[in-house]
Design a protein around this ligand. Structure first.
Ligand code: ADP
Length: 321
């Protein structure tokens, strides 16, 4: 396998607010190949923006290793980091005012990053027009953001992000403010540019339909990445008509020792979580399961209660309801 383009090893990000610390990322490990597209999904507060900010050179990790294209972002001097942000990464955000200057036309917006990177004037205009054509905005190069629809604004934002020919594109909820049809059109555009330019794309989204465009989907929760099972053949097994699901061995290992398994439907998918039953919970569960006229339960050890709970025959459970 060729050397990874992005290496993220035990990355920790902590913020100090007043006198206490908020740990947003708790030892993130992942790699991306050049040209790969990865989607990160996770609830609000999971640490998605913190991770994007680190990869985009907008912030630095508290600990760990972070390298993009062999450059160690941890050791980079501020000047070099600013240069990295300007030339090597493109950003597309959900909010239009983060992507585009409202008083500038589409053409001026696309030319601006090139001006900052000191690209020759003649070259700037030609490349900006080329990019606006590539994103389907050739007819509207002199329009300001307020004169464009949400989808058109995101097309211009993609052109701005690609102005200095970055190898990495970071997209934070790029379709979050768009209707479904426009969102798919913007994603199709992103996919086609990614292929033409061999871009490496990391996208954060809440939306599973958008995440499906990626080669891999990682889940982030409470500052930790969930294990990526998308390459595991077993993980692709289907739910059988009777509700049975074949789980990969790696998953089973985490579940077999659990007292019970909690299943939750979340915006990003279905979470299967091992749970330890506390004595109080077990008592509540047993009380629910036992017939109303059953003798009161003595205080027992957790194991004793669990044994009773697990061994209760099915027919008896049915009879109690
Ligand atoms: P997400 O993008 O998944 O919503 P964030 O990376 O924005 O998550 O936030 C992760 C955690 O870090 C949250 O608890 C958030 O409040 C905290 N956090 C993020 N940025 C800052 C900051 N600049 N200062 C203090 N806490 C922050």
């Amino acid at each position: 396998m060729s050397e990874p383009f992005i290496i993220c090893k035990q990355v920790v990000k902590a913020y100090t607010v007043s006198d206490h610390e908020i740990v947003a990322l708790r030892g993130i490990d992942f790699q991306m190949a050049r040209g790969e597209m990865v989607a990160i999904i996770g609830p609000s507060g999971a640490g998605k923006s913190s991770l994007m900010n680190l990869l985009g050179g907008l912030d630095t990790p508290t600990a760990g290793q972070l390298a993009v294209g062999k450059q160690n972002l941890l050791d980079m001097k501020p000047g070099l980091l600013a240069d990295y942000r300007l030339k090597q990464v493109g950003f597309v955000w959900q909010q239009v005012d983060r992507n585009l200057f409202p008083h500038r036309t589409a053409l001026q917006n696309v030319m601006l990053p090139m001006t900052l990177a000191r690209v020759a004037r003649s070259h700037r205009r030609a490349r900006a027009l080329e990019l606006l054509e590539a994103v389907g905005m050739a007819e509207r190069v002199h329009y300001k953001p307020t004169e464009l629809s949400g989808g058109q604004q995101q097309r211009v934002a993609i052109a701005v992000a690609l102005a200095n020919q970055p190898q990495l594109l970071l997209a934070d909820e790029p379709t979050g403010a768009l209707d479904s049809e426009t969102a798919h059109q913007v994603m199709d555009l992103l996919m086609s540019l990614r292929e033409q330019l061999n871009l490496t794309v990391l996208m954060v989204t809440h939306d599973l339909k958008m995440a499906k465009y990626a080669d891999r989907v990682l889940t982030l929760r409470d500052g930790a990445l969930g294990q990526d099972l998308s390459d595991d053949e077993q993980a692709a097994s289907q739910v059988e008509p009777d509700g049975k699901l074949q789980l990969p061995d790696e998953v089973r290992k985490h579940l077999t020792a659990a007292d019970r398994i909690a299943i939750e439907i979340r915006p990003e998918g279905v979470l299967i979580r091992p749970e330890t039953v506390e004595v109080d919970d077990t008592t509540a569960l047993l009380t629910d399961m036992l017939p109303a006229d059953a003798p009161p339960q003595e205080s027992k050890t957790k194991r004793g209660l669990l044994t009773m709970f697990q061994r209760k025959p099915k027919t008896e459970r049915g009879a109690s309801s």
